[in-house]
Design a protein around this ligand. Sequence first.
Ligand code: ATP
Length: 432
Amino acid sequence: MVTLEKISALCKRCGFVYPSSEIYGGLNGVYDFGPLGSLMKTNIRNFWKKSLNATERDVVFFEGSILGGPAVWKASGHIDNFHDPMVDCMNCKKRYRADELSLDEPCPSCGKKEWTAPREFNLMFKTQVGAVSDESSIAYLRPETAQSIFINVKNVMSSNRVKIPFGIAQVGKAFRNEITPKQFLFRTREFEQMEMEWLCKPEEACDAFQYWLDQRQAFYKALGFNMVNIRFRAHEKTELAHYSKGCTDVEYQFPFGWKELEGIANRGDFDLTQHATQSKKDLKVFDEETQISYTPHVVECSVGSDRLMLALLCDAYNEEKVDDDVRVVLKLHPAIAPVTAALLPLSKQLSKPMLKLYFELKKKGYAVQFDQTGSIGKRYRRQDEIGTPFCFTYDFESQASNTVTVRYRDSMQQERVALERIEEIIKNAAVI
Ligand code: ATP
């Protein structure tokens, strides 16, 4: 059984994820990504970008600023509406989301029942820009990446040869001062989003919504998810924001239950209309065919890459009984696994050819590891635990025959292959 404790312990032990500022006692809801986590995050971003490029639709990429002035967040509705109800325990001072517990019950931390009245807590991080600190210098760390796309639609269209319908996609950090960050990477205060805003004519929005639902379904399949752990849940009418024409959550069955991984939404012309009104700029698009100006409609696909990483780790985690031992293995897609192959000389005297190959492959951009210490069995187990799909072992026979044994992570089967085939094997496996 996979548990969050096992995943977070593995992440710490193997260098995927560390609690941020750990030597100073940690910063709640914030994490640092170690060498393997950094490789895996890069693979996740690339997989997502490639999945957009693989469609027969035009999507351009974009990187907006993290800081934004109050006007942006006023127009988007975040200043007025982006809050959660909060209560404090007056006895132990612990803070909770009022919608996540019953105020008729005692405090889960100290057992007293001394609640403050619930009050709204805005989730945006506020800061000051420039030396003077007054009302005019207020800025916010973005709580989502989408708004920087909306306010740049005109720039992107006038500076690139793109025509509606097309998408603008962005990978970047977002910040939310979550009242109760929890469940490891699931709910953090600093996280990364991968968002795509599809811009289309109003009459095309329904078809586009269905098109992107299908594409996103294909994305999760291609990632190798066990699809019984993925479901698409259409929002009830009562759950929809007033402007929303439809929204479906992609949910994953985490060890702590079914939870949102991605939101896919038909947002109508709400966002662009809001920014046009607030900025007093014309954000309409002129349709050459009909000679009519209109406000594009938006279909949004928004997934958190940290949350997706957690889901991938939970899905890939296996404990298997091997002889009298239990092996921990991450059965990650080869394109997502942080390390694609390990090069293992059987003994130190045999290290030279593997070391040479290690540098060659590294130079070509492959994520490979060279490891010559410890018993070969232990080295295999270490690679299993971090999800490395292939181990290549150079042994005494290798010298004479110019071959290595390749050991496959999932089956643990081994076979002998020519040394010169190593690159081809890892290249083919990591194709998306
Ligand atoms: P939730 O209901 O879980 O708070 P949300 O509906 O507010 O999520 P969106 O605003 O739709 O989330 O954000 C899109 C995606 O960004 C989410 O599906 C999730 O993957 C990711 N995300 C949102 N908040 C966080 C967070 N605090 N930590 C990690 N990822 C997050």
